[in-house]
Design a protein around this ligand. Structure first.
Ligand SMILES: *Cc1c(COP(=O)(O)O)cnc(C)c1O
Length: 357
């Protein structure tokens, strides 16, 4: 993918905070890089982006995003490649998704070149913050929210677009224990589940808290009408290997169109493994456990990349899965994905947005 030439006004931090970072223990989202990009939207247009020191914002208590929820975000990663350059992985696909999210929330479009410019320029300024260790990356968090100060339910006429970045380590979580949700809903068909809007997450906390109290890590969401079909995990998409076939729920308006999901499906097809995107009933998963035909289940997402699932609770019964081994599809696909992102394998799909440093 062609990388742009950018020139954005920079207000540099006097002294970098990078020495305060414990790079041997990069807890997810704990450290923020020195700078952020800021752009304001008013009078029907985006202004010029600026790079400023990462820090607090001054907001009116009547800021509409806080009252009525026009707040959306993205999440992607930049990797230090083997030649030292920086790769923003699948930037184009993330732009396409933020566009769909913005449309759904009646928020103004962000043109592709503005989006690329805001991300690339701050990474160039904070290039030292892109770590190079195994599984490490700079997590990029674009955020857009309504800034008009008015207590009236209406579409805001002013917005702020920010890009902030956080160095992150390999996501070291133990394999997931999931509970199939049969009462609560994260979203519904026709709702905002396919959009990365803030409200989807706050509403998921309560059912997740209940699942945590029962000993499960996350909820495996099902359709809100009948709780009969699997949707996703709420920060990860979900995939199963049944009878040697990779099966994953077909996208609908209640499922987030994960970029990692798309990458892993592409790479698994490349290995010659049959892939089915279709409706998957909870009953089918239950039967596959009873017959022993399910060999793998895993989640996919930018933060955790590919995460094994070791247990699924269905109607109060725990079904267990063996941990992945060297022959598991999930580990083979994860390795291939990593090799492409780091420039150890050829970028055959044009997924890399390389910033030369
Ligand atoms: C971000 C997200 C995912 C994973 O998407 P990626 O693009 O792979 O990071 C899955 N589900 C939900 C609800 C999400 O917000």
């Amino acid at each position: 993918m062609q990388t742009l030439e950018t020139s954005v006004k920079v207000n540099r931090i006097p002294v970098s905070r990078i020495s305060e970072v414990d790079f041997s223990n990069l807890e997810f989202g704990k450290y923020m890089a020195d700078h952020m990009t800021v752009v304001d939207y008013e009078n029907g247009a985006w202004g010029n982006p600026e790079i400023i020191p990462y820090g607090d914002l001054l907001l009116s208590p009547a800021t509409m995003a806080l009252h009525y929820g026009q707040t959306i975000f993205e999440g992607m990663k930049a990797f230090r490649m083997k030649d030292g350059n920086i790769n923003v992985f699948r930037l184009k696909k993330h732009h396409e998704r933020i566009q769909r999210t913005l449309d759904r929330m009646c928020m103004p479009s962000i043109p592709e070149d503005l989006f690329y410019q805001c991300i690339q320029s701050v990474i160039e300024v904070d290039k030292k913050w892109v770590p190079s260790g195994d599984g490490e990356a700079l997590y990029i968090r674009p955020l857009v929210f309504a800034t008009e100060a008015r207590i009236k339910v209406k579409i805001s006429e002013q917005y702020k677009f920010l890009v902030m970045n956080s160095p992150v380590g390999a996501y070291l979580s133990k394999p997931f224990r999931l509970k199939v949700e049969d009462f609560y809903a994260r979203t519904a068909e026709g709702g905002t589940g396919f959009a990365k809007c803030a409200g989807n997450y706050g509403g998921a906390y309560y059912p997740t808290k209940i699942a945590n109290e029962q000993g499960y890590d996350q909820v495996l969401w099902t359709d809100s009408k009948e709780h009969k079909y699997i949707d996703e995990v709420g920060m990860m998409n979900v995939m199963f290997v049944i009878n040697g076939v990779l099966v994953t729920p077909k996208l609908n308006t209640a499922i987030l169109d994960g970029v990692t999901r798309d990458s892993i499906l592409t790479l698994i097809k490349e290995m010659g493994v049959p892939v089915e995107e279709r409706k998957i009933s909870v009953h089918e998963i239950e039967e596959a456990f009873k017959k022993g035909t399910i060999t793998e289940a895993f989640g996919t997402g930018t933060a955790a990349v590919v995460s094994p699932i070791e247990l699924i609770n269905i109607s109060r019964i725990d079904y267990k899965l063996a941990l992945p081994n060297a022959n598991s599809l999930q580990l083979k696909a994860k390795k291939r994905l990593n090799d492409m992102r780091l420039g150890l394998a050829e970028d055959v799909y044009g997924w890399n947005y390389v910033i030369k440093v």
